[in-house]
Write a protein that binds this ligand. Sequence first.
Ligand code: NAD
Length: 340
Amino acid sequence: MRVGVLGCGAIARIHVAALRTIAGVEVTAVADVVPRRAHAFAAEHGIPHVFADVELMLAGGVDAVTVCTPHAAHEAGVLAAARHRVHVLCEKPLANDVAQAKRMIVAAEGAGIRFGAIFQRRFWPAAARIRAALDDGRLGPLISGGVVARLHRDAGYYAEPGRGGVLMTQVIHHIDLLQWWLGRARRVTGHRATLANDRSIGVEDTAGVLIEFASGAIATVQAGTTFRPGLGVQVWVSDAAGRTAGVTEYPEGVGFTDVWTVPGEPPPILRYEPGRTADLPLADVHDRLAPFHAVQIADFVAAVRDGREPAVTGRDAFHSLEIVEAVYASSRTGRTVELG
Ligand SMILES: NC(=O)c1ccc[n+]([C@@H]2O[C@H](COP(=O)([O-])OP(=O)(O)OC[C@H]3O[C@@H](n4cnc5c(N)ncnc54)[C@H](O)[C@@H]3O)[C@@H](O)[C@H]2O)c1
C-alpha cells in the first residue's frame, strides 16, 4: 500500500514512523504548503516524492493519505482525497467546525473511501477496558461522568498560529472518550473564556461544561491550560449500581486506570510519577502517545485492506466536535444547545 502524508510537522513524524512498521506499507510521498519543509522532511525520512500541493500528490498515485495539517486545513485534505478516491486518515479535531466536518463525511461516503480519524487515547488499555466492560455488561447503564483537565500551555505555545483552545485541541480527546462510553449527547451548556493569557491568543484557556446524554446521563467537563505545572486529566464514568471507572492521564500522554470499583475484579494498579514538578516538553508527550497512534494507524491500514470501517471513523469523530462547538455557541448566547 502506497501512503502519502499531508503536512510535515511534529505529528507527521509519528505517522511516518508508525506506517513504516507495517508490512507492505510504503510512505511514497509527502506534501506541504511550505516546500522547504516538505523537502527537508522527505530527505530526513527517505521519502521519494515531494509535492507542494495535495492535488498533485494524490494524482501522482497513492492508495491512502494521512492528513497532518493544522485543523483549518483538514477539510481541504479530506475533500481532495475523496475527489481522487484515496482512503484518508485525518488528525483530530476533525475540522474547525461542524459544517466543515459534515462536508468531509458526505464527500468521503459519496466517494466510497475509508475515512478514519485519529483519537489514539481510545487505544490506551485503560480506556479500552471501560468500553469492554460496558460491552459485556460488567459496567452500566451509565448515569454520570466527568472530565477534569488541569493542563499547562505557555505563551510560546499560543504564539504559533492556528492553535485551538483547551477544548478544541486538548480536551476534545477526553470528550471523545466520554461520549464513546456514554453515547450520544443531547444537550450542552457551557462557558469558555481566556482568563490567564492575553486575550489576543484568540482561544479559550478555561472552560466549564454540562453535558446531558440521550440516555439521561449527566457529565461535567472542567478544562484549563492555566495550571503550573500541569496536573494531568481525569476522565471517569459511573453507573446506576454505583460502579465507577476512571482513567487518569499523568504525565500527559500516559493513561492509566485510577478508579475501578467493578465487584469481583481487582482494584486498579495505580501508576504515577511522584515527585514530578515540571511539565513534559510537548515532544515527550507525543513520544508517550506514539505507541497508541501506531496501533490506530495499523487499524486503519487493516480496515482499508479488509474492506471494513476503521475503529474510529470520521462520523465517530464528528460527535466530540459537535459537543465542543455547542459549548462555544452556549457560551456566546448564554443558552443550552440542543444537539440534532
Ligand atoms: N493526536 C494527537 O495526540 C495530536 C497531537 C498534536 C497534534 N495533533 C494534530 O495534528 C495536526 C498537526 O499538528 P502538528 O503539531 O504536527 O502541526 P505543525 O504545525 O507541527 O505541522 C503542520 C504542517 O502542516 C503544514 N501545512 C499547513 N497548511 C497546509 C496545507 N493546507 N497543506 C499542506 N500542508 C500544510 C505546515 O506547513 C506544517 O509543516 C493538528 O490537527 C493537530 O491538532 C494531534
